[in-house]
Ligand binder design. Sequence first.
Ligand code: 5AD
Ligand code: SF4
Length: 480
Amino acid sequence: MIDLKEKRIDEERQGEALERESTKKGNGRKVYIESYGCQMNFSDSEIVASILEDEGYETTKLMQEAEIVFVNTCSIREKAEQTVRKRLQSFHKAKAQKPEMIIGVLGCMAERLKTKFLDEEKLVDIVVGPDAYRDLPELVREVDGGRKAVNVILSKEETYGDISPVRLGGNGVTAFVSITRGCDNMCTFCVVPFTRGRERSRAPESIVAEVKDLAERGYKEVTLLGQNVDSYLWYGGGPKKDFDKLSEEEQAMSVNFAQLMEKVAQVSDQVRIRFSTSHPKDMTDEVLEVMAKYDNICKYIHLPFQSGNSRILEMMNRGYTREWYLNRVEAIRRIIPECAISADIITGFCSETEEEHQETLSLMEEVKYHFSYMFKYSERPNTLAQRKYEDDVPEETKTRRLTEIIAMQQKHSLERMKADVGKTLEVLVEGVSKKSDKELFGRTTHNSVVVFPRENFKTGDYVNVKVHDCTSATLIGKAV
Ligand code: 5AD
Ligand code: SF4
C-alpha cells in the first residue's frame, strides 16, 4: 500500500517541477555560441550552454538560425581582440536585418572592457564576465524587457563545479574538465589575472564525478584545465591559499594537484589523462612521479618558459630563473625519460637585448621541445608591464626574432618526429583526416598527430600504428 503522506509529497514535488518548467524563459529559443582563445574559453562555453539549456534554450551550430548570439572572447594579445572585434561588427551588421536578435559578449574582453561595448561602441546587448554566467538567463530577460544588461562581477568562489557542461562540437572522445579558475601569478605581461580574477580550485569530488560521467558516456581522453594546474589545492573552497597557510583541519582534508591527478587516473584505465598548463615554479616531483606511475596519464607536459634569460624572467615576474627551469626539465627527464615537452615563448619583451634573445634560442636548443606556441610581446592595457616598462623593442626586431625562434622550433619538431619513424605507437583515434576520408587521425601519448589508413577502425579506438614517415607536424603510419 502506498504511504499517503509520501504520495502527497511526491505530488507536491511534481507540482513544483512543473512550475519550474513553465517559468523557464528559454522556450526553445536558439543560441549560437562562438569561442575564441584558450581551451578554458571553449570549456566555459560548454558551461554557458549547460546553464542556458537548463533554462529551456537550445544551442545551435548555425548562426543563421540563432535568435541569440554569444561570442566568448580573448584578450591575451591585441590581435586576438581585433579578430573578435571584427566578428562582433559583422554580427552587428546581421542584426540590422534581424533586429530582434540578441548579441552578447562573454569572457575576457567583456571583463576588460566592461560597459565600453554598450556605451561607446553600441555593438552588443549583453556583456558578461567569466564568473557571471549563472546570471545569463536573467540578463537575457533584462534585454527582452528593452534594457541593456551587464554583469562583470568577479568571484572568489565560483567554480561552476556543480554544472555538467554540454559538450559542444566535440568528437565524443576527448573532453576538457576545468579544475581551477582565475590566476594569482601576476606575470607582468599578462591580462588574465585581471580578466579572470583570483585563483580558486574546484572540489575534487565534482571533478572526479565529471570524469566518471564522461567515461560512462564513452569518452577516452580528459584534459584537466587551469591557468596553473600545479597550484591546484582544495581545502574546502574559497580563494587560493598556500598549503602552509591552511589550518590543521584544512591541511588534513586538502588535495593537491598530484593527488587530484591520481584520483582522476584511477577512474578508468581506458581514459587517458592530460593537463594544461604547468607552471615551472610550481611543478613538483610528486606530480611527475604520479605521471610515471599511471600508464593512462599521457607523457606530455606543456611547460611554458617565456624567455631563456633570467633578467627578463624577473621582469616578467615568472618566479623562476633559467637555471630553475632547466632543473625542472632535468627532473622530467629523470622521472619520465620518454616525456614530450612543449612551451610558450614570448619574444621582444620590454628591453630584451640581442644577447638575451640568444639565450631564448640556446634554451630551446638545450630542451629540444616537441612543439611550441611562439608570440611577439603584445602590450596589454593596465597590466603591470604596461604600467612599469616601455614596450621598446621595435616591431621589426620582434618579427625577426620570432622568425628565428620559429625556424629553430621547426627544426626541433622535425627531429622529434623523425625519432618516432620506425616505432609502433598507441594512437587514440579522434576522427577522419581532413585531407582524405580514407584516413583517420589521432594522437600519441606525446600529443603528436598521427595519420593512417582507416581500414575498419573508428573514432574512439586505441590503435597501434607503425610510423613510416613524418613531416614536422604529423606522423604517417599504418595500423599493425
Ligand atoms: N603578449 C604576448 N604573449 C602573451 N602571452 C600572454 N600574455 C601575452 C602578451 N601580453 C602568452 C604567454 C602565455 C600564453 C597563453 O600567451 O606565452 O603562456
Ligand atoms: Fe597569465 Fe602568468 Fe597566469 Fe599564465 S600564469 S595566466 S601567463 S599571469
